[in-house]
Design a protein around this ligand. Structure first.
Ligand code: NZQ
Ligand code: ZN
Length: 389
């Protein structure tokens, strides 16, 4: 195992009714002015908004609304939030939603304190968070990104056509409230897309050095089996509490840094998807679904041990009568079949129908992930995009 330092400062409250039980007390640790961040209105339709507003009012908080946070949040939206925080002397940001709302509010929590050029110093380049961001608490409404338990915020700069994220340890939310019942109302297509993102995170971590058996990868295999199983159940039975609970905790386990310990990490598919997103505003999980099998057909020979273990331990493929390479490839094909079974897109044409794609520009703008089993080039990334057509 590679050496590591592990740190995670987010207090997590999980389960049915956890918002009602824990939010009132958590709010008492902060001043009276709260910025309530949310998306396009799903929380109003589901009743989550009313439940939270009531608690805020009971606790005597003055609420400033920061609404309309879009999927793939933009840097302009971050700046709008920063202005609201400053004008209203906010003490706590409460983000209620999915990865987009959490990420946008996380960036606002940094911008509220940082005096320099936020984009340039923390997203265009890797920065150092040597200041305390404004306190942020999150209430998760869709299981996927794991943003609730890390310091990562993925932001899109529309002018520069760059979508990128960085995980700053100092930017973890102070608290995260995870009530699986809140995810019942997520439309099936979104549930599957965000659910596939969980699987993608685990695979991006798993498929990297070291390849030999290790505890982090052992946990990852258990998580992957659980995501696959729970997604299958939740697709047919959206209000299955056990499946929704597992998915919610799988998402957090994938991104709370635990399974990353001792691993090199790849995240090449994420780098490609982020740039696809920067150019097309496509759904994150769906973009990943198109890319993963094609990318893995390019790299499995370089990561043979891990791809073999993936086939056998995650998909239950028998290695009998097959070479190691054939078994490894059968695992990639099983992943592809699962993507189809879930009704996720498998081509760029299905992902962004009718959109002209400047694949050369998109490929050229992708970061080459140093953790990939295979040394990638922009030419090979372009090849992968073309094979996705
Ligand atoms: O905006 P509203 O009306 O709330 O609707 C949202 C949105 O349309 C809806 N939704 C959420 N909870 C719901 C619900 N609808 C009904 N009932 C509910 N309970 O779902 C839609 C998508 O929400 P979004 O937050 O965009 O989804 P997700 O959680 O998948 O987040 C995706 C974003 O996170 C980034 C992605 O790139 C993308 O921008 N990522 C963030 C990461 C991180 N911070 O660690 C890592 C990831 O790899 C990822 O890049
Ligand atoms: Zn992701």
């Amino acid at each position: 195992m590679n050496s590591f330092v592990f740190e995670n400062n987010t207090k997590v409250c999980f389960g049915k009714g956890c918002v009602k039980t824990h939010l009132p007390q958590l709010l008492q640790n902060y001043g009276p002015n709260v910025l309530l961040g949310y998306g396009g209105g799903s929380i109003k339709r589901s009743g989550v908004y009313q439940e939270i507003r009531e608690i805020l009012e009971q606790q005597g908080k003055t609420v400033t609304e920061f609404s309309g946070i879009m999927a793939n949040p933009t840097y302009d939206k971050v700046l709008e939030g920063v202005r609201l925080v400053k004008e209203n002397h906010i003490h706590l940001i409460l983000a209620v939603g999915g990865g987009s709302v959490m990420d946008c509010c996380k960036a606002v929590s940094m911008g509220a304190v940082y005096q320099g050029d936020l984009w340039k110093d923390f997203w265009a380049n890797v920065g150092t968070v040597d200041f305390e961001p404004l306190p942020l608490g999150v209430v998760v409404t869709v299981s996927g990104t794991g943003s609730e338990v890390n310091g990562d915020a993925v932001i899109t700069n529309v002018e520069e056509k760059i979508k990128t994220g960085r995980d700053y340890i100092g930017c973890n939310p102070r608290f995260a409230l995870l009530n699986p019942v809140y995810t019942y109302t997520v439309p099936r297509r979104q549930m599957i897309s965000s659910g596939f993102d969980i699987l993608s995170h685990i695979m991006e971590i798993y498929f990297s050095e070291p390849q030999g058996e290790n505890v982090s990868d052992g946990i990852s295999e258990a998580l992957m089996r659980n995501v696959i199983r729970s997604l299958r159940i939740a697709k047919e039975d959206p209000e299955n509490y056990d499946a929704r609970s597992d998915l919610m905790w799988d998402a957090a386990m994938a991104e709370n840094r635990i399974i990353k310990l001792g691993k090199r990490l790849d995240f090449q598919c994420h780098q490609m998807e982020h740039q696809l997103g920067a150019y097309t505003d496509c759904s994150h999980g769906e973009g990943l679904a198109v890319l993963h099998p094609v990318y893995y057909r390019h790299i499995y020979k370089e990561g043979l041990e891990k791809f073999y273990a993936f086939a056998v331990n995650v998909w239950g493929i028998s290695p009998q009568g097959k070479t190691k390479e054939e078994t490894a490839l059968a695992g990639v094909e099983a992943l592809g079949a699962f993507i189809e079974e879930m009704g996720l897109p498998t081509t760029l044409g299905q992902l962004v129908p009718g959109k002209e794609l400047d694949l050369e520009a998109i490929a050229a703008s992708c970061v080459l992930a140093p953790g990939s089993f295979k040394k990638m080039t922009h030419e090979e990334i372009l090849e992968i995009f073309r094979e996705c057509l």
